[in-house]
Each structure stands twice: as C-alpha cells, then as structure tokens.
Design a protein around this ligand. Structure first.
Ligand code: NAP
Length: 303
C-alpha cells in the first residue's frame, strides 16, 4: 500500500509547525510541505516581544526553535510547493510541483505574502532599493537614509530596527493613526533619526537603475514632496495565497480560507490554520492557537 500520511500540512510557518507538534504528540504521522523557508513571515521580524513566555527573541530564532521542536518530535518536512489538493474520499492527494503525497487529512496553513504597492517599476527596483524585508536587507543601507511605508506592527518593527543602523528613517503612513502597537510608536517618537510622514502615500519611485528618492503625496491636500532615500521598505500588509485550493475549501472575498475559530473548512478531512484563514487578529499567538486546534481536529478524524 502506498505511503499514506495521517496529516499533511501545507505551509511551515508558526501555524503549520505548531500543527505538526500537536499532530505528532497525538501519535499521528505528520508531513509538512514548505515552498520556501520554514518559519513563514516571522523570519522577517527582527524582534518578538509579545509571545507569552518568551520575553524577547528574533523571528529567525523563533522559527528555528519551532522547526527543531516539530522535527524533534518526528514530524517530517519536504521543501516542495503544494499546488493542488484532490479529494479521493478517505485519501487526499496533495500535488506539489514535483510529486504527489497522500494523506488522510490535510491542514492548509499557507499564511500570506507581502502586498506590493503597485507602483511603476516597483518590481524592477527590488534589490536596487525596494525591499519587503528590513531584517534581510537593512544592513545593505547602513548609514543611509531610508523610508518605511506602512502603519502596522511590521512597519513599526522595521523602523525600529532600521533606526539602529541607518542615518535617518522616514515612516510613511496613509493615515494619521497607526494600526500597530502604541508601545512601538512611543519608542519611535523618542528617536532623533526617525521622522513620521503621516496621511501620505508613496506615489512615485525615483532613480534608475537604483532608487534615489520617493515622491510622497498628502492624502489631505494632494501636496507632493520628494524625499531622497536609498531604500524603501514596503510593509503594507499581506495577501493570502489560497487560489490553488479553492476546489476543496471555501474562500472569502479577499481570498482567505473561510473558516472560524474551529479551523473547520466544511470539507471533511481538510482543515486550515493561521494567517491564511479569515480572522481579525493575525498574531503569532493566534497562528499557534490555530495550529493546535486544526491538528487536534484532524487527529480526531483519524482512527
Ligand atoms: P497590517 O497590520 O495589515 O498593516 C498594514 C499597514 O499597511 C496598515 O497600516 C495599512 O494602513 C497599510 N496599508 C495597507 N494597504 C496599503 C496601501 N495600498 N498603501 C499604503 N498603506 C497601506 O500588516 P502588518 O504590519 O504586516 O502585520 C500583519 C499582522 O502580523 C498583524 O496582525 C500584525 O499585528 C502581525 N505582526 C505581529 C508581529 C509581532 O507579533 N511581533 C510583528 C509583525 C506583524 P491602514 O492602517 O490605514 O489600514
């Protein structure tokens, strides 16, 4: 008989790897399929200070610990991108770009990817001043003036990190109130090399072949301002990547898997967990909670 996993988890971010821990601890044979790097978006977070029981860690360190915990319990990981799920009754076939893996249950934990600004030449300037990851690329701009666009926890965390290594950091946000944690806003307000550019959007990328400045337009009066920067770190949120699985799970109008706190998708044997699911609070803690809920629900369905 072909190798049939008890649980295949699509995506090895915090939700997926937590599901693997709970699956293994429930005595189930668990496989994680990951397209890129395990850890998901959290590997781009310089500092985590809001995960209960851990006062401070880096995203990369957190992801590594989680990986070692899951695989240490016997979960396996294959670095392949899952591209579709086919339901054959008791067995689900998970197709990757290279292979097909069979499982009794599937947990979709695909997370979300960075949202681009949608500006002219944005893609072309990636690696030449446009970045979606301050932790990965910040060091290239040591001693330079840079900008961060966004008003959520990612943008605030990026700005705090960049303020330590760059000469000046502009934070551009479309509203005059931040969505991210007030404690981070207060830390930033105390820094001499940070300037808030609020109620403004980045409207133009200037410089060829590399970024030299950005044009910023006020949403209040339409006035534009050119700010010379060597880099723009785009941190304006995420988009889900669930289209491939729309044949087996319902998606909401934004493309998130339409499921509640029970992580049930309405499709027997297929569950979801983490940022890819419809939810209001997307945090490490809620991703971990989803991983546990989904894995226990999947385990309960397997004899
Ligand atoms: P987010 O919370 O969705 O914030 C996105 C920000 O980008 C918002 O301020 C939004 O503005 C702005 N924005 C969205 N579309 C835009 C556009 N087209 N042009 C200009 N601005 C735009 O995303 P995030 O900061 O990446 O965080 C995602 C989730 O991860 C959040 O739940 C966050 O709390 C969590 N997170 C947690 C940690 C941690 O636990 N340490 C670290 C990082 C992120 P508006 O405010 O006007 O909508």
């Amino acid at each position: 008989m072909a190798n049939i996993w008890d649980i295949i988890i699509i995506g090895a971010g915090p939700a997926g790897m937590t599901a693997a821990i709970y699956g293994q601890r429930a005595g189930k044979k668990t496989l994680m399929l990951e397209a890129n790097m395990y850890g998901g978006q959290i590997i781009n977070t310089p500092e985590i200070e809001n995960y209960p029981g851990i006062k401070k860690t880096s995203g990369a360190e957190f992801a590594q610990e989680l990986y070692e915990q899951a695989t240490g319990l016997g979960a396996e990981m294959i670095m392949e991108k899952a591209v579709s799920v086919e339901d054959d009754g008791d067995v689900k076939h998970v197709h990757t770009e290279q292979n097909v893996y069979d499982a009794k249950t599937v947990i979709i934990a695909t997370g979300a990817k960075n949202r681009p600004l949608g500006l002219d030449r944005e893609e072309q300037l990636i690696g030449a001043g446009i970045s979606y990851c301050a932790t990965c690329d910040g060091m290239f701009f040591r001693g330079k003036d840079v900008a961060v666009n966004g008003g959520g926890n990612t943008a605030l965390g990026d700005a705090l990190f960049l303020a330590q290594i760059c000469s000046k950091v502009y934070i551009i946000h479309r509203r005059d109130q931040f969505r991210g944690d007030e404690s981070d806003v207060e830390k930033l307000q105390k820094l001499d090399n940070v300037e808030f550019v609020l109620s403004s959007n980045v409207t133009k990328l200037i410089g060829d072949p590399k970024l030299e400045a950005i044009e910023v337009t006020s949403v209040k009066d339409g006035q534009t301002r050119e700010i010379p920067v060597s880099a723009l770190f785009v941190a304006i949120g995420q988009m889900p990547e669930n289209k491939e699985f729309a044949n087996v799970v319902p998606l909401d109008p934004k493309g998130y898997v339409d499921a509640g706190e029970d992580c049930l998708t309405g499709h027997a044997g297929i569950f979801t967990a983490g940022d890819c699911r419809t939810k209001t609070v997307r945090q490490l803690t809620t991703a971990a909670a989803d991983g546990a809920v989904a894995a226990l629900a999947a385990s309960a369905e397997i004899d």
